[in-house]
Structure formats: structure tokens, C-alpha cells
Design a protein around this ligand. Structure first.
Ligand code: SIN
Length: 490
């Protein structure tokens, strides 16, 4: 049983169960702060202890199932998720506000990730190396790391946990999953799909709870051999420090302050469309969202006009309304942070071109902020430096590709960046000199494909990459095996 009176339970050792704490966390609809969507467990360390112990015990069973068979469990999960796409998307929209079209797209993205990693069970898991001893066989074999802790954020409540869980499972690890409490119900629905696909009890475990208790406990736990985290830099640094203390592997995906450069030869309609989409889609709550636009001064006024016109057409509202382009911010805290940044922008002297205020009327009950665009922004302003995680874009002028790249790189972050140009030489200069893990030519800063590595440079990540073949590095460790034939006596 997934739920008891709209109270969503933890999933440990193949069973749904309440926390020993007897407490729950309420999940609110950010489009209507009076609506309680449900409650998730406010678990304690004893709950976590049980989940880690069972994941450790089950490791022996799971890693000894062939990877082809493990892949079949993932295939089955993908089929179930696909069948339940509407149901899961609906709950995700209610929990964190993203429009239904996008949450459904996210479920289908999760399905594609599961299918990609299911196939991985049939691919190479080691190499044959030349040996200096001619009769020896020198090989490597990839083996699971062990119990993996997964800490996922609320902004992609379906795709991000799945892009961590699918590779962890196919390579033979067992899991303890702690989702963001804001999206703990969506997490329970995902776990139900894994359960219904027939995964052996104890392989996949879900423990809902506060980050300061369960996230911290998971990072500290000596039996957790690897921890994959997506979220803020401050929490990521704590996860890393805890993991290091007991020698666990860690993988961190954190913030971004993603720039776009629009050169004078760019297709301005296309560049403006993708700049606005990049900044405003999903209410700007993507670590890959566009937040700074460096525009060649010769086309600045024209580009600004098109951007403002496109932004004015965006409709903000409840994610279930089909005409809406983006929904509310995910929580009150998130709205206060974004509004705080907008106020800071004004205080520090930036010029507000559109948006800025929280919305009134029908939308007053939710955490709605309209598309907000500033100009006259300088590099030292807070809105040019810090990650906002809201629908806020800063326009700045540049007069050369060199200046644009220097300004784009002038940040502690290094996740994603894009240039709009038709000049191949400028595109190559950008590819060579931009300091980000994701590089786009004439494309939006957001988005990731399951088969391609995803991650950032500088403070955006722990330099590790997720998805694609890169995930194998993190979720496996390696044995080097030498087979020496015994000389025959006869
Ligand atoms: C993210 O930005 O948080 C995830 C990747 C994306 O789809 O842009």
C-alpha cells in the first residue's frame, strides 16, 4: 500500500511502511497554497538504518543476477511508467507546479533513460589488455560499488531520480533514495513502478524525510559506498565532506549561471525565442536555465525588442491550464528568494524592462512571478553573479566575441552556455574557450539526452558526469584480473 489516508509511506524491503517517528511533512500545491496535496514521512535515523541495512544485505542477491536480467527489470519499469505517464505527471504538477505538458514530457524522458540503461545490461563491462607475459590473459571487469545513496531535487522530480537510479541498478548496486520532500509523492509513484516491475525486495528503497536528517544521515553512513546528489552548492559541499570522511564516492550536480551570447550575425528571431525559452521555461527552475544574455551592441536594441515581445506573449498560470506556458515557483521559500533577487537588482541600479511583481487576482494564492527581464546590468551586480532559479533574465551589451566569452566565464559556475552565430570561426572560438560542461551552438542552454554526459565545470559539479557512458565510471568500480596458465608438466 502506497498511501494511507493521503499519507505516503516509505518503501523498505519491498514493503510500504510508515516512519517510526510518527510524523509527516505536508506537501502543498504551489499554485494554491491552501491545497494540501498529501503528506510524506518525516523519517528518522532508525528508518534510514533499516533501509541501508536491507540494501546492504540485498546487494549479494542483486549483483549476482545477470546484467541482462537486471536490464529486463528496467525494461518492465519503463513500460509501467509509460502506462502511468498521465497519473505521475499529474501528481508532479500538483506538487511542484511545472505545467502538465512538461511533467508528462519528463515521465517520457524517464522512460527513455530506463530503456537506454536496460540495454546497457547487454554491453561491455570490461576490457582485454595486452600482457607482457605472452600466455597470460589480462582483463578488467567492472563491478558494482555497493549501496548507493540518491538525493534528488524537486525541480526535475522524475527524470533526475531516474537518471541516477537506472545506471546504479543496471550495474548491480542497491539503492536508498531520499527525494526532496516537496516532491515526495511523485517519488513514491516512481518507486511503485519499480516495485510493480518485480524488483527483488530490498534492491530499491525510499526514505522520505528532511534533508538535514535523512540526506545528512545517508551521506554520513559508513555502509553507503557512493552518493549521488543534485541540489544546492551549500548542501552539496556538506554531502561531499561527509562522504569523504568514510571514503565513499560522491557525485554532485549543483548550480548554474548560464550565459548566452548573441552575435551580430545571428538569426535574431531564433536566438530571441531560445533565449526567452531558456530563461522562462519551467519558471526558470532549471540548473541549466539561461540567466545572462550578452548581446552584440550593434543588434542590442532590435534583439531587446524581439525578446520583450516574446516574453509578453508568455502566459503564466496553473500548470493544468493548457494555454499556460509556465507555472508557479515551487514553494513560498522559492518565491521569497526570487523576489529578493529582483529587489536586489533594482536596489543595485539595474533597469527593470518587464515583470518583477508577484501576480495578483486569480493567481494570488500561488507563488507566481511573471517573466522578468533587466537591462543595464553590470557584472558585479548580484543578479549577474548568483543563481536565481526563477524566471529572471539579465541583458548585457558586448562588442566582440572575446569580450563576450570573458564576461560569460566571469562566474564561479560552469554548467551550460550557448552562442548564437552563423560564423563557424566564432563558434569554434566559443567551443574552445567557454568554461562549461555543456556547450550549445545556436541552441537553448537547457536539456540533456540520456546517451550524452551531463554535468558542469567549476562549482557546478564535482567534475563528475551523469548519464550516458559517463555514469558507468561512477556506479562501478574495477577489478584488474590476470589469469596465468599453470605450466603443464607433461
Ligand atoms: C536541469 O537543468 O536541472 C536538468 C537538465 C535539463 O533538462 O535542462
Amino acid at each position: 500500500m502506497l498511501t494511507n489516508n493521503n499519507e505516503y509511506l516509505n518503501f523498505v524491503n519491498g514493503k510500504w511502511q510508515p516512519s517510526r517517528s510518527g510524523s509527516t511533512i505536508e506537501v502543498f500545491n504551489p499554485a494554491n497554497r491552501d491545497e494540501v496535496v498529501g503528506r510524506v514521512q518525516a523519517s528518522n535515523l532508525e528508518d534510514l538504518e533499516e533501509a541501508v541495512a536491507i540494501a546492504k544485505e540485498t546487494l549479494q542477491i542483486w549483483k549476482n543476477i545477470s546484467s541482462v536480467d537486471r536490464g529486463n527489470f528496467l525494461h518492465k519499469t519503463a513500460d509501467i511508467l509509460e502506462e502511468r505517464a498521465d497519473e505521475i505527471a499529474e501528481i508532479a504538477t500538483k506538487e511542484m507546479g511545472k505545467i502538465f505538458r512538461d511533467t508528462k514530457g519528463e515521465v517520457l524522458r524517464g522512460v527513455a533513460i530506463l530503456r537506454y540503461y536496460a540495454q546497457e545490461g547487454m554491453r561491455q563491462m570490461g576490457e582485454v589488455l595486452p600482457s607482457s607475459h605472452k600466455s597470460n590473459l589480462l582483463i578488467t571487469k567492472r563491478v558494482p560499488v555497493g549501496v548507493v545513496g540518491i538525493i534528488s531535487p524537486w525541480n526535475f522530480p522524475i527524470a533526475i531520480p531516474i537518471w541516477k537510479m537506472a545506471p546504479a541498478l543496471i550495474y548491480g548496486n542497491t539503492i536508498v533514495f531520499k527525494p526532496a520532500s516537496e516532491t515526495g509523492i511523485t517519488a513514491a509513484k516512481i518507486i511503485q513502478a519499480f516495485h510493480d516491475a518485480g524488483f527483488p525486495a530490498g534492491v530499491v528503497n525510499l526514505v522520505n524525510g528532511r534533508g538535514s536528517v535523512i540526506g545528512q544521515g545517508l551521506s554520513d553512513h559508513p555502509d553507503v559506498q557512493a552518493i549521488s546528489f543534485t541540489g544546492s552548492n551549500s548542501v552539496g559541499n556538506q554531502v561531499a565532506a561527509s562522504a569523504l570522511k568514510h571514503g565513499a564516492k560522491f557525485q554532485l550536480e549543483m548550480g548554474g549561471k548560464n550565459p548566452v551570447i548573441i552575435m551580430d550575425d545571428a538569426d535574431l528571431e531564433h536566438a530571441a525565442e531560445l533565449t526567452v525559452q531558456g530563461a522562462m521555461k519551467q519558471t526558470g527552475q532549471r540548473c541549466t536555465a539561461t540567466s545572462r544574455a550578452y548581446i552584440h551592441e550593434s543588434i542590442y536594441d532590435e534583439f531587446k525588442k524581439i525578446v520583450l515581445q516574446k516574453a509578453s506573449l508568455l502566459k503564466v498560470g496553473n500548470g493544468f491550464d493548457q494555454n499556460v506556458d509556465f507555472g508557479p515557483l515551487a514553494s513560498k521559500q522559492q518565491m521569497n528568494t526570487v523576489v529578493g533577487y529582483i529587489e536586489k537588482g533594482l536596489e543595485e541600479g539595474a533597469t527593470l524592462l518587464c515583470g518583477g511583481e508577484s501576480l495578483k487576482g486569480d493567481l494570488e494564492k500561488g507563488y507566481f512571478v511573471p517573466p522578468t527581464i533587466f537591462e543595464n546590468v553590470t557584472q558585479d551586480m548580484t543578479i549577474a553573479k548568483e543563481e536565481i532559479f526563477g524566471p529572471v533574465l539579465a541583458l548585457m551589451k558586448i562588442n566582440s566575441i572575446e569580450e563576450a566569452i570573458e564576461m560569460a566565464n566571469d562566474t564561479k559556475y560552469g554548467l551550460s552556455a550557448s552562442i548564437f552565430t552563423n560564423d563557424i570561426t566564432r563558434a569554434f572560438t566559443f567551443i574552445n574557450d567557454i568554461e562549461t560542461g555543456l556547450v550549445q551552438i545556436n541552441g537553448e542552454t537547457g536539456g540533456a539526452e540520456p546517451q550524452a554526459p551531463f554535468g558542469g565545470m567549476k562549482d557546478s559539479s564535482s567534475q563528475s558526469r551523469e548519464q550516458g557512458q559517463a555514469a558507468k565510471e561512477f556506479y562501478t568500480t574495477m577489478k584488474t584480473i590476470t589469469i596465468t596458465p599453470v605450466p603443464s608438466n607433461g
